[in-house]
Design a protein around this ligand. Sequence first.
Ligand SMILES: C[S@@+](CC[C@H](N)C(=O)[O-])C[C@H]1O[C@@H](n2cnc3c(N)ncnc32)[C@H](O)[C@@H]1O
Length: 282
Amino acid sequence: MLASLSSPGPTVANMLFDATQQLAPSLACPGLEARRLLAFVLGWPMTRLLAQDRHVVGEEELRRFFFLVDQRSHGVPLAHLTGAEGFWSLMLHVTPACLVPRPETECLVELALACPEATLQVADLGTGSGAIALAMATERPRWQITATDCSAGALAVAQENAHRLGITQIQWRLGDWCEPLLDEGILYDLLISNPPYLANDEVGPAFEPHGALYAGPEGTEALEAIIRQSRQVLRPGGRLLLEHGADQRPWILACLGAAGFRVIQVRDDGAGLPRAIMAQIT
Ligand SMILES: C[S@@+](CC[C@H](N)C(=O)[O-])C[C@H]1O[C@@H](n2cnc3c(N)ncnc32)[C@H](O)[C@@H]1O
């Protein structure tokens, strides 16, 4: 829908109506996503869209909005289009170099924050946008946190997020899971990770990095590597907190037991699916 020279142009309400129709076949909440995109393009808070729904939108903003609506209707994540995603209490910058943080991962933060110690040595393995490390840092300024990732692109996004949020207590390390921690000669109280846990033949989200989603032929390869490596960097009695696939709980219980861990807690996600596990090294 383009404004002709003789008409005043489409209003906010017209544009939201058209975009909602366009997004409806592919999205569960087309109206909400249309509002988020239009608020982003106009630089308005979402509430202003309702208050000023007769506002006539300029041609450049109109074109930009419907370009984004078209991209969204082809599956590009909303967070990639707006460059931002909310996680915990934070608004994080995200790019196609990192996973878009998911709401179910917030249960890892909740479980970590239930640790009673005021000071802890903690590592977030495979930090992506920095979501878990940054959320913990915000809530526990006295925790010493290290975050690793094997993707330089993801680590750059995480560091940019830390800089923008003014968070300075996190050490960022490029490398394979726990390996960057080995050189430091520190033993950790708590290791946290949301690793890739899809099998290579599973159909997962498009548009996000393959290395953030797919672990290998079985789907359990990254979890297995972390469980194995973590023994070298955890202090006696230290804890390991992992997110995993909904069907992987029996496997992970067995793997942790065989590696000398005692399971302390399991957690389902908001949809009632098995999602996280906390274990202690014996
Ligand atoms: C599922 S994403 C999680 C990102 C972030 N922690 C979150 O929850 O939004 C997995 C992350 O692990 C990283 N990763 C994959 N293999 C890795 C490895 N061998 N060593 C370190 N990080 C790895 C990926 O680059 C990606 O950022």
